[in-house]
Design a protein around this ligand. Structure first.
Ligand SMILES: [Zn+2]
Length: 242
């Protein structure tokens, strides 16, 4: 995996950086490392090697959502790190156990993307406003029903999962970038994704780190533009009856 560092605390690990980038992140904390997402299957060795090179243990694994390319190495990591906590929203945890139902209170739009059943059980459910070390949990439904983002309160880094992509140009989840359409195709509900993008913009992040694509420094203008594009795109779709 390609490893790049961003600021004092954040490391991006990328599988297939050139053809189909899949990111996960290590965040330095006082008690060790927080791994954000678990990439595709077969990444466990690379992730643990990166942690070893940083000289810190992986204390916990937090998942932004339950898609395969974010939880793929979770079971293998759990086998190698049985003491590490596993955190996810209660809503997306249901997908990990194979329950693909929608709640009656949720928009009944089709679930998209590949979900993966996982044997390891989460040790803790996280919700909007919770703190995990230095990271604040932000509920950002849309890409999936229980999607979360993590905001580092020390330096304003936003690890946004698939709420945005930056590969092939920044986009809100649900806006198709023709050269990398996959996050948009995997999106569950576009109006909710747009609301979540606005919520993340309101945090005024200093840095944007996503599931697919490079880290963006000083991202506010780019985020605002992406939101404006999403507003126009989704409105047009509605006008065409899509
Ligand atoms: Zn996804």
């Amino acid at each position: 995996m390609r490893i790049t560092s961003h600021g004092q605390y954040l490391y991006q690990l990328t599988r297939f950086p050139r053809i189909f980038p899949v990111n996960c992140y290590l965040v330095k904390e006082q008690d060790g490392l927080t791994l954000i997402d678990a990439a595709i299957p077969g990444c466990e060795k690379d992730i643990l090697n990166a942690a070893r090179d940083l000289g810190l243990p992986v204390a916990r694994i937090i998942l932004t959502h339950a898609h395969l390319d974010h939880v793929g190495s979770l079971d293998a990591l759990h086998a190698l790190l049985p003491a590490a906590e596993i955190l996810i929203s209660a809503r997306d945890a249901r997908f990990l156990s194979g329950d693909m139902s929608l709640d009656p209170t949720e928009p009944q739009t089709k679930l998209n993307g590949a979900y993966q059943k996982i044997a390891a059980r989460p040790t803790r459910f996280v919700a909007n406003g919770d703190r995990v070390g230095s990271l604040q949990v932000i509920s950002t439904p849309g890409h999936t029903p229980g999607h979360i983002a993590l905001f580092d309160t020390r330096d304003g880094s936003l690890i946004a999962g698939d709420a945005f992509q930056t590969r092939a140009g920044i986009a809100v989840s649900g806006v198709i970038r023709p050269l990398f359409p996959f996050p948009a195709m995997a999106t569950w509900n576009r109006p909710l994704a747009l609301g979540s993008a606005r919520k993340l913009c309101g945090l005024n992040p200093s840095r944007l780190a996503v599931g697919h694509g490079d880290v963006l420094e000083h991202p506010i203008e780019a985020i605002e533009t992406a939101i404006a594009v999403a507003e126009r795109t989704f409105r047009k779709e509605k006008a065409y009856g899509a």
